[in-house]
Design a protein around this ligand. Sequence first.
Ligand code: ADP
Length: 545
Amino acid sequence: MHGLMMDMPLLTSSILRHAARHFGDVQVVSRRLEGDIHRYTYRDQERRARQLASAFERAGVVQGDRIATLAWNGYRHMELYYAVGGMGAVIHTINPRLHPEQIAWIANHAQDSYLAFDVSFLPIVEAIAPLCPGIKGFIAMIDEAQQPDSRLSLMNYERFLASGRSDWQWPQLDERSAVGLCYTSGTTGNPKGALYSHRSSVLHAYGAALPDAMNCSARDAILPVVPMFHVNAWGIPYTAPLVGAKLVFPGAQLDGKSLYELFEAEKVTYSAGVPTVWLGLLAHVQSNQLRFSSFTRTVIGGSACPPAMIKTFREQFGVDVIHAWGMTELSPLGTLSRLQNKHLDAPAQIQQKLLEKQGHVIFGVDMKIVDDAGVELPWDGTTYGNLLVRGPWVIREYFKGDGGNPLVNDEQGQGWFPTGDVATIDSDGFMQITDRSKDVIKSGGEWISTIDLENLAMAHPAVANAAVIGVAHPKWDERPLLVVVSKPGMQVTREELIAFYEGKIAKWWTPDDVQFVEAIPLGATGKILKTRLREQFRDYRLPGA
Ligand code: ADP
């Protein structure tokens, strides 16, 4: 017997329509390349998104077409999310920090028909245009008066939008139709596309908003530092209007000072980003002895959040850190670390240890750890294995079937997505990432977690950033090398850092050596580029090797 409830498709356009109807005067604030702070409301945004969709329709875009963006976090980028997705086309956000050749490769693979871009990326657009004959128009996202000169014949976003009808209405679509496309960063091999559906995006937005997930509400002013070109800014452009939160977009200015000023001016309560962006903000507030007047919570993920960062935010600034784990293939949220009822009276140290883990799944995602033969491993907090996940916002295959079927079937024939991460799960269901399987150090047949070694190094007061890689060793195959950027004006020696590990880890985990560098190479999403680092130290000989 079927239930007798309405069958309303889950569509992203309904999120923005909901915000416009029920939170119509809530503000969306953006720092713009024009140099000013732009502000309007969800009501304005929904009207402009419909008008933009109508303009695309008039320009010949049909359902299923891909429209690319190369853009910062801002209101126009969000209009594109909703206009393109809401009309049944696919918004394809491209990471501008990739090499232009890689960008061209991705745009061609996706068969993008238009590309909208922030003018700071004009040099990239000019470089890729000859390589991407399929792109029919390049749309500069800027006021008409500031339209840049170019050897390309560019379209202007505002002029284009004005060509659409503001009485255009959102179509009813199949909720399983595609809405967005993001490519993984492809550190090994070519990037592959994760193609999100309306249904997966709306369910992910619901899940993300839950109190024990990102915990977003109509009382929040949310500033996503995580870029809208990196897994949809972790879904915040969908979650914020779903709950009616104010949105604050930082544009291109992501340095500590600019962020702090925007946090204060717009009374931001909540933010999200990878650990490396918070290094800049914390350095700015600490060196200028500033306080946050409204900022109380932040989601940190994308790579392991150093425990020292969780401590600093909590103890010095009263900011709760929600440590999150996810990936492009998961839309991206999988787990988040929040205390449960039974932990509330636990000693602070135990609470801190739980918060350092990557956390608990959101309902919708299921996970397990398995050994190399696929046998499920116990949830005891110490046994580690390959992390597999499944759920309605987890990919089932890559765009165009690239790489074949990625899923691993269990005995019931259910498919699980192998994350490529190695993790433990404790008896309360808290997952902790030990490493990416390709980064883990294999020393004498045993594994050493680079994340643990990095976290400990980051707790040293003179260390600004740290990375650990395995380097070849004649006896042990691989041994850990600690690569460190020291804080400006602070001195620390190799011996001091090695001694700093004493008593904190098994002795054989201790790095064999320390190298000091000016900077650690970061990838396009702000994560440490271990591949580059391993290349850099390929010929390096450990003492005693
Ligand atoms: P890409 O895989 O393209 O580099 P993703 O953002 O999809 O970009 O990266 C997902 C990977 O990032 C995860 O598989 C995991 O290795 C790592 N990661 C994400 N969040 C965390 C976290 N909180 N702690 C440790 N690793 C993380």
